[in-house]
Design a protein around this ligand. Sequence first.
Ligand code: PRP
Length: 187
Amino acid sequence: MPTEDQLQEILSPRQIQDRVRELGGQIAADFPGRPLVLIGILKGAFIFMADLARSIPNQLEMDFVRLASYGSRGESSGQVSITKDIELDISGKDVVVVEDIVDTGYTLKYLKDVLKLHEPASVRICCLIDKKERRKVEVEVDYVGFDIHRGFLVGYGLDFDERYRNLPRICHLNPGYTPSAFAPSNR
Ligand code: PRP
C-alpha cells in the first residue's frame, strides 16, 4: 500500500452540480407537477440524493434502503440482500431510485425486483455514474449523470474503506496504481 493516497480529480464540484441540476430538471420534466418518491441507496447515494432532491421542484417523499452484496476481490457475486428496507408505502406512486454508481448491476436489478412487489405506479433509476462496461446483468438506467469507464472512484459519497465520501469532487484514487485488494473491481 502506498503511504499516502494520490487523488486525481476527474469531476469538479462545479461539473457535478451542473449535471445534478440537469438530471433534476429531466426528472421534473418527465413527471410534470406529479409527486414522486425518491429512494436512495445507502451509503454512497446520500450526498447525490441531497443535491438531486433540491433540484426537483415536485412534491417529494424520500426514503432510503441499504443493501449488502457478497463477493470477493471487491466484486459483487450477485447475491444481494436488503439490510434496511423502505419505510414508506410506495404502492401506486412514481418512484425514482437514486444510486451513486452502477457497476455489475446486481444491486439495482435486485432492488428493482423487490420494489415491484410493493406495486408502485412506476420505478425509474437515476445514477450519477454508470460503469456500463462492467455490467454483469442487464438493468435499465433511466437517468445517467456521467459514463465513466476506468479507475477506482472516490468522493461525493463514494468511498474507499469508508474514507473520502465527504470530498466535494470525484477523483481517481491512486491512478496508475492498482492495489490487489480492489484491482479486479476497478470501480
Ligand atoms: C456500491 C454502490 C452501489 C453498488 C453498485 O455500494 O454504491 O450501491 O456498489 O455495485 P453493483 O452494480 O456491482 O451491484 P457499496 O457496496 O460500495 O456500498 P456503499 O454505498 O455503502 O459504499
